[in-house]
Design a protein around this ligand. Structure first.
Ligand code: GYE
Length: 322
């Protein structure tokens, strides 16, 4: 017990010392030698996209000479909140994170704000009325990605379509928005109907399990709309196990365009992929440097991305980095 108190006290003393070290100026300030420290709270390692995103951030930090403290929340909000609190305590220069879900961040972000530590949202958005809680949001337009998926289906569906949807993590921005954009576009076609929709948590095993259940409960599925490649790849396994041909008997549309997804697209097992670019590292480091230097940053930085047909995947695969 006594030991615990001593540790707690020394943590407080250290925090106080660190605060003094800043000369009482408050605000973001790089270390004495000018090195910037970023605390990054990652979602987890749920998908190929996430692995590529983590690598991009780690490599970009190294190239920019930025010290990166990195944590993996294993897709749990409480772990991410804990990581952010510890970055506040360690008085990093910038906190960046990719919120696992959209809501429930105000308290911890207010703690960062009170400690004068700027926050950069990366990849996923938060749903908060208080936009002063973060400096900027760098990432994709997920609603637009959902629209692109819907547009391909609307253009390529000659007759009625029964669609099953594999949603991303419940409450996550990309799951909410990709659903919204897709539904918005297919609304123009009453003969295209989402007959079942469930979360596969953005994982291959989740996609496989949910697809197995859909195949048992829903006859004559025409299309799978998976919110990421990994779930689409899981669905392919389930479709094959049920004796059907993915890409032919059941069409598959996914989002991300990671290498494994692109390979399945080129092989004809997926029909269309909407790209979501995970290579956010360099832009994040640039934004962090600007924020620390007190320069203006745009409140929203949208990632540029494209789409891939089977033919386009074949052409792009040789140069695909991730
Ligand atoms: O599409 C998915 C990952 O937030 C954009 O998260 C990201 C999504 C990505 O698990 O594969």
């Amino acid at each position: 017990m006594l030991k615990k108190i001593t540790i707690a006290l020394s943590a407080v003393a250290l925090a106080a010392l660190a605060a003094c070290g800043e000369g009482g100026s408050g605000g973001a300030a790089a270390g004495d030698d000018g090195t910037i420290t970023i605390g990054f709270a990652q979602v987890g390692a749920e998908s190929g996209w996430r692995t590529a995103n983590t690598k991009s951030i780690q490599e970009a930090a190294e190239a920019a000479g930025i010290e990166l403290k990195f944590s993996d929340a294993q897709q749990r909000q409480e772990n991410q909140i804990r990581a952010i609190r510890s970055y506040v305590q360690q008085r990093v220069d910038v906190i960046a994170f990719s919120p696992v879900v959209e809501t429930g961040w105000d308290t911890v972000l207010l703690e960062a704000k009170r400690a004068n530590i700027p926050v950069i949202l990366t990849d996923r958005a938060v749903d908060s009325d208080d936009t002063s809680l973060y400096e900027t949001f760098l990432g994709s337009d997920f609603v637009e990605e959902g629209r692109k998926a819907g547009e391909w289906l609307v253009e390529n569906a000659t007759g009625p379509q029964k669609v099953v949807e594999l949603q991303g993590t419940t409450g996550a921005a990309p799951a909410i928005d990709r659903k919204e954009g897709f539904e918005e576009v297919i609304a123009s076609r009453p003969d295209i109907e989402i007959v079942a929709s469930q979360t596969g948590d953005f994982t291959r095993s989740g996609g496989k399990q949910v697809m197995e259940a859909f195949l048992r409960s829903t006859p004559d599925i025409d299309v799978v709309y998976a919110h990421n490649d990994d779930m689409g790849l899981g669905a392919i396994e389930a479709i094959k196990a049920a004796g059907k041909v993915p890409g032919k008997d059941i069409k598959i549309i996914t989002v991300d365009a990671v290498k494994a997804g692109m390979e399945a697209l080129a092989a004809g097992e997926i029909n269309f992929i909407v790209e979501c670019n995970p290579l956010l590292g360099e832009q994040l480091m640039e934004l962090a440097k600007k924020v620390v230097a007190g320069e203006e940053v745009p409140e929203r930085v949208v990632t540029e991305e494209t789409t891939f047909t089977q033919e386009e995947a074949k052409a792009a695969l040789p140069d695909r980095q991730y």
